[in-house]
Design a protein around this ligand. Structure first.
Ligand code: SF4
Ligand code: SF4
Length: 69
């Protein structure tokens, strides 16, 4: 399911606490798409995010693989 790019959803995104995340990068990759940075996959915590069940998400690593469809 597509995730709306809203301030509320950005607030809910927990990417900032993920080992793959680079401080200062954007958030809400499941909505806005991949990072522009070269990220090294070090684990993904999307399944712990409130938006994961809310939008019936099924994948991880939206920061490197692209947004949810
Ligand atoms: S599912 Fe992942 S990318 Fe999407 S808001 Fe949650 S932590 Fe961020
Ligand atoms: S999409 Fe997943 S791997 Fe990427 S920063 Fe967010 S929680 Fe971490």
């Amino acid at each position: 399911m597509e995730v709306p790019d809203t301030p509320e959803n950005t607030e809910s995104c927990i990417c900032g606490g993920c080992p793959t995340y680079i401080v200062g990068d954007k958030l809400l990759y499941c909505s806005v798409g991949k990072s522009d940075l070269e990220l090294e996959q070090k684990g993904c915590i999307c399944t712990d995010c409130a938006l994961w069940p809310e939008y019936d998400l099924s994948k991880e690593y939206y920061c490197t693989e692209g947004k949810a469809e």
